[in-house]
Write a protein that binds this ligand. Structure first.
Ligand SMILES: [Fe+2]
Ligand SMILES: [Fe+2]
Length: 263
């Protein structure tokens, strides 16, 4: 029986990926009573019932307390988490849903040989939850209307590790966790966080979630810039193909996806 949810609602979708309605229902169980729910209709139902913000915060606090790695990270970067679930919903509800739709679209276009290297369910789940760590990033950094300075960028860049740590003890499969952790990594391994020896994340999976994340972000308006056009966004990503950071096959699949669904 659901007594509480942390809601990631998908109702503020603005980007054209909406045209492709890959129906994705899901919930990640956080503990006996708590779930992350990420599906439009479920989200709406719970919104109607009204969310209990205090409960949401207490669950996240517990997730932090249960994991000393998070406390250490927050201390090291001098972050006092605001646990701003409202900001998270506003900022990333649509983005995470769009990233999931694009990732699934790109996956469906790839050849069977490449598909075999990726676990589709993990890719779906990870792309829907990839920016969860932003829940712990101070909102003055998340919402800053200008470019982040060096110190702020360092703090922002730990959101993928924070998301991984938040979900690590929640009975989620290791491939999903790995994709969440490395969604800002690239083929040259010059992204963040650095890969450790024990990590066995599939390069192709990381490539798909990463390109979907970037394309979704480029196509969205941000406080400091307008939404880029489809062509502008693809050109930026093509530069990364030439730099050896993105697999050409994955980029080609994105181009096909964008031509069909984002025009
Ligand atoms: Fe991210
Ligand atoms: Fe993202």
């Amino acid at each position: 029986m659901l007594r509480h949810i942390i809601l990631i609602n998908n109702m503020n979708l603005k980007t054209p990926q909406r045209k492709e309605r890959i129906c994705f229902k899901g919930a990640v169980q956080i503990n006996r009573n708590s779930f992350f729910v990420y599906e439009d209709e479920v989200g709406k139902t719970f919104l109607k019932n009204g969310g209990d913000k205090k409960l949401e915060k207490s669950v996240v606090k517990k997730m932090i307390e249960n994991n000393p790695c998070i406390s250490r990270l927050l201390k090291r970067y001098k972050i006092r988490p605001s646990i701003d679930t409202k900001t998270l919903n506003e900022l990333t509800g649509g983005h995470m849903n769009d990233t999931c739709n694009i990732a699934m679209g790109v996956y469906s276009i790839l050849s069977d040989k490449i598909k075999k290297q990726v676990d589709k369910d993990s890719l779906k789940e990870a792309s829907m939850l990839h920016d969860l760590g932003k829940i712990l990033i101070p909102s003055k950094i998340l919402n800053k209307p200008k470019k982040l300075n060096f110190k702020e960028r360092r703090i922002m860049n730990i959101h993928s590790t924070l998301g991984y740590e938040l979900l690590k003890k929640q009975n989620i499969n290791p491939e999903t966790l790995s994709l969440i952790k490395y969604h800002h990594q690239n083929l040259k391994h010059s992204g963040y966080p650095a890969l450790s020896m024990n990590d066995t994340s599939s390069d192709v999976g990381v490539q798909i979630i990463s390109i979907a994340d970037k394309y979704s972000a480029l196509r969205e308006a941000r406080v400091y810039r307008r939404a880029l056009t489809r062509i502008e966004s693809l050109l930026i990503l093509y530069r990364e193909v030439r730099e050896g950071k993105i697999l050409p096959e994955v980029f080609n699949a994105l181009v096909k996806y964008a031509e069909k669904y984002d025009n």
